[in-house]
Design a protein around this ligand. Structure first.
Ligand SMILES: [Zn+2]
Length: 264
């Protein structure tokens, strides 16, 4: 998705607010969005992905919750990657709240419904970026928190071998279904929000199909015989992306090669 407007975090509807962590980079875009979920009038809040270990960021998240007149009652994790979880030990010290997801606390179950105060959160298992990736849908608020499965800018990495393409494509289908059922805005873990989550997810599906076609074409053009097939495909298909993200692109290419081998 092309959206070059600067992103600094902020509210998304009445129940979600992004506090942007100061960890920008080629993989984290503007930085990690820590989502604060809270329904007006409630004295409890849910925090999704405390992010990198940065005391200033954690205090900013705490201030946001304080300003809502609430306390953190639960912390949720979209997936285990460090830019989402590094702060966890310190965050638990600060909040004393239970944690779920990313291998911490009680595992999140697909289709599970989490209600806290007036918050109504549905868990959607969305493996693909990583095996443990989950998304959170707040149907009443019209918000879909996608972690790194769908980003606010550009496209994501299928992090082979933890991630895999077949489950990723199935996850996009499930997210699209949820986002199409009710008007739903996109709350990604990196990059800006979008008013039409279904449109962004549809773009992601289209992008994946195009990349697969490009990889097939690269193999047919001779890359199938290269000593390092994935590297040869990266150099051809991802020629336009900055070299610093080539290692990530190679992981995605490996996932695509596996997918093509399995579906042959
Ligand atoms: Zn991330």
């Amino acid at each position: 998705m092309t959206n070059d407007a600067p992103w600094q975090g902020g509210p998304l509807g009445e129940q979600a607010y992004a506090v942007l962590a100061p960890n920008p980079g080629p993989m984290t875009l503007d930085g990690t969005n820590t989502w604060v979920l809270h329904a007006p009038g409630d004295d409890v809040a849910v925090v999704v992905d405390p992010g990198p270990l940065d005391e200033g960021h954690l205090q900013a998240v705490r201030r946001q919750v304080d300003e809502l007149g609430a306390r953190v009652a639960l912390t949720l994790i979209t997936h285990w990657h460090h830019d989402h979880t590094e702060a966890l030990p310190r965050w638990v010290e600060l909040t004393d709240a239970p944690v779920r997801g990313g291998g911490h606390g009680d595992a999140l179950l697909d289709a599970e419904r989490i209600t806290l105060g007036s918050l109504d959160i549905r868990v959607i298992a969305t493996p693909g970026h990583t095996a443990d990736s989950v998304s959170f849908h707040l149907p009443a608020a019209g918000v879909l928190i996608t972690g790194d499965t769908v980003l606010g800018r550009g496209t994501t990495v299928v992090a082979h071998p933890d991630g895999a393409l077949a489950p990723y494509l199935a996850s996009l289908d499930r997210l699209h279904e949820s986002a199409s059922a009710v008007p739903t805005r996109l709350a990604p873990a990196h990059g800006p929000t979008h008013d039409d989550a279904a449109a962004v997810i549809a773009f992601y599906r289209q992008h994946r199909r195009e990349r697969l076609d490009q990889v097939r074409a690269a193999l047919a053009a001779g890359d199938a015989d290269a000593p390092d097939v994935a590297q040869a495909v990266v150099e051809r298909v991802y020629a336009e992306v900055p070299r610093e993200v080539w290692p990530a692109a190679k992981a995605s290419v490996q996932a695509q090669l596996d997918y093509l081998a399995e579906s042959r």
